[in-house]
Design a protein around this ligand. Sequence first.
Ligand SMILES: [Zn+2]
Ligand SMILES: [Zn+2]
Length: 128
Amino acid sequence: MQQPFRCLRCGAPLMAGQPFCANCGLPVQRSCPRCRAFLSPQATFCTNCGLALVPGAPPPGRQQAKPKSTVSIIGDILFGLGIACAIFVPIWTIVRQPDAENSMSVMIGAFAIGGVMAVIGLIMMRKR
Ligand SMILES: [Zn+2]
Ligand SMILES: [Zn+2]
């Protein structure tokens, strides 16, 4: 798939194989030696044909992280919910009923439940 390229100076669209900008004359900095597609100066691979432009560079897509397992996604959610519970429930309790007798036990309970959820979430997150 040909990426749309634009002149670095004037922004005019450039066609593959074009040696310089038809609008302002700026020479195109880089093009693929195989398919002549224009490439960004930082490109290590041709975005058109996939040719490696830097010797020894790994093929694109190789270094992608493994997809997360369902268990670790559930762990992420549990961890986030646990942290949110331990932080926001006490704040909410203080804001809503600062003098209530049971606000302390609500806060302790939220800390305990949130902490347990976060720990279980952490354990599940490590299972890949
Ligand atoms: Zn131009
Ligand atoms: Zn190419």
